[in-house]
Design a protein around this ligand. Sequence first.
Ligand code: TXA
Ligand code: MG
Length: 314
Amino acid sequence: MPEPTTAQAAAVLRRGGLVAFPTETVYGLGADASNAMAVARLYRVKGRPAEHPVIVHLAHADAAFAWAREVPDAARILAARFWPGPLTLILKRSALAQDFVTGGQDTVGLRVPSHSVAQQLLRDFGSGVAAPSANRFGHVSPTSAAHVREDLGGDVDLVLEGGPSEVGIESTIVDVSRGAPSVLRPGHISKRQLEEALGTTVSEKKSDSPRHSGGLQRHYAPRTPALLVPTYALDREIAKGKDKVAVLAFSRPDERVDFWLRMPRDPQAYAQRLYAALRELDTAGCERILVEEPPQAPEWSAVHDRLRRACEPA
Ligand code: TXA
Ligand code: MG
C-alpha cells in the first residue's frame, strides 16, 4: 500500500478524524483544534484528563498568533528566532482557542513545527491542529511511526511516516503570557539560547503544577520500574540485584547484565535516542531498568528533566 499523503491526512482532520504526524521533537496525535468532538476523541484515545491543555500547531507565526489576543514583544522575538522549530509559546488566548483545547485556562500553547511533513500537513489543512505527543497518557513519547502504532494501534485513523524524530524530546515550553518569560518545560532550545535572543534573563519554573501533564511526576515513563543511578553507584546497583536488569549507560557493557544500551556523551545525540532506548529497555523482559545519571551541566537539563520523570531516584 502506498504511504498516505498529507492531503489525505488533512481530509481526515476535516472529517473530525485523528492523524498521527511526525515533528522534529516527537510524533504528535492531531485533531482539528476547532472541532470539539474531534478533540474530545483525541483526549479519549490518549487517556488524558479533560482539564489538561493541548498545544495548537500551525504552519507559520501569523497563523499561530491569530490564536492569541495579545502578542508581547518577547513572543515576536522568540517566534522570529526559533519558529519553525521545537518551541511552544504560552499566550493569552483569542476566541479561536476554546475551552476544549485550553483545558478552560485563559492561555493557549502554540507551536510552529519545522518537520517538512508537519509543515505540509499544516499547510494542507490550513488551520490549527491540536496535538499532544502520540502516546498513551503517561507513557514514553513516540519518536517514530512504529512507536505510534505500538501505542495507539487502530485508535488512530491515519499515521504519516516521517522517519525518526531529530530532536527526540518534546518542545521547550515558554510562558510569555504574564510578564517576564519563563520556561515551563526544558527542551532542545536552551534557557541560554532564549536569554540570548531576548537579551534578558529567563526563569525556569519547577513544573510541579498538575495543570500541565509534563509537570506530573512519573510521566514519560517506561512500564518497567526504572532507577536513576549516579555513575559511582552503578556497579553496586548491578551487583546487588538477583533480578534481571536492563541498563542504559555511557560506559561499555558489563557481562553480569542481561541487556545493556550504550548512550552517546553528547546531550543532543542522547536526547534524540532516549525514548527509543527506554522503549527497547522496557521490552527486554527485565525486572528493573537502571539508568546512569548524565553529568550535572546546563546542556543536560532537558534530558535530566525527562529522566527524573521516567525514573525513581536511587
Ligand atoms: O514537542 C511537543 O511539544 C509535542 C509535539 C507533538 O508538538 N507535543 C507535546 O504535547 O509534547 P503534550 O500534550 O504531550 O505536552 C504539551 C504540554 C503539556 O504539559 C501541556 O499541559 C502543556 O504543554 N500546555 C499546553 N497548553 C498549555 C497552557 N495553556 N498553559 C500551560 N501549559 C500548557
Ligand atoms: Mg506528552
